[in-house]
Design a protein around this ligand. Sequence first.
Ligand SMILES: C[S@@+](CC[C@H](N)C(=O)[O-])C[C@H]1O[C@@H](n2cnc3c(N)ncnc32)[C@H](O)[C@@H]1O
Length: 324
Amino acid sequence: MEIQVDVRKAVWSRYWSHGIAHSCGGSYGNRYEGSLARFWRTVAGDLPAGARVLDIATGNGAVPQLLLEGADSPIACDAIDLAQPDPPWLAELPEHKRRQLRFHGQQVAEALPFPDTHFDLVTSQYGLEYTDLQRSLPEIRRVLRPGGKVRLITHHTDARPVRLARTELGHLDWMMAPGGLLELGQAMIAPMARAATEAGRAALMADAGANALRAHFNVLQGEATQLAAGSDCPDVLGDARVELGGILNLALAHGAAVAHEAFGRMRRDLDDSRVRLQELVDYALDDAGAQALAGALARGGKQQVEALFDDAVLMGWRIAANPV
Ligand SMILES: C[S@@+](CC[C@H](N)C(=O)[O-])C[C@H]1O[C@@H](n2cnc3c(N)ncnc32)[C@H](O)[C@@H]1O
């Protein structure tokens, strides 16, 4: 099912507004490291002074950050994203570097706000494959100068981030199913609020419906623990369990209304995660897809597609295209 563009824009803008540096939270700390960082530093090292670079689907600018660090001389980097970036690292960037970078939020790759033949290099990491390639590739060709280059890292159908995303989507489906952990957690708010007083607790003891609900909720909490224990990415499940516990404590301490508000925020965060994870899985490229993308960019020029590993872990495709 295709997700509407305004939903995607809102979901990604919320994600970047949390000060997150990049979109591979499960694999790196607050910045890309290892072979991904090395790749971009090598690209940066080849840039001549004054080179004009465009980073597509930049998010919070992980690629521009590495390019600015790796370039030996000043460059001019424009960075666009469908969403509104909110890069936490920008304030710490020295002024002379900051002047080399311009973010353009709420700009899509399918209609680039730049003149023809403007850029020496177009980059994207886990980004270009999210766009409508029928429309974004002609735009890239338009803004790239003759002899300009394209360097990409894309999602790979068998890579770790995609594998983890599939598992996490399964966990979300399990939690969010009708009668699942989330629905029962929400239903538990009212009895927890009643349990704040002695009279309420006495009434609850005699309430068969409330007792059955609590027993069922506890069974699902136990199942969540088991699912998490058997998984190599238990974060979504574990975090949701802890957060639900906090929301029920909130109901006890401050009443149902406050707890329902917190539940609404949690629900929206989970819905957002589901959109981002589903996109990640849907837009990942297999070998044929990666070759086709490189071919469409190079149009007979030099092209290279390689699987990108970090410490023997598959992280994506590395694509180079020098269009003729
Ligand atoms: C997985 S994130 C990658 C962000 C960043 N490149 C990184 O490596 O951390 C994908 C980004 O693509 C952006 N995006 C999706 N469709 C887009 C489009 N059509 N034009 C521009 N950006 C788009 C999203 O808003 C999101 O910020």
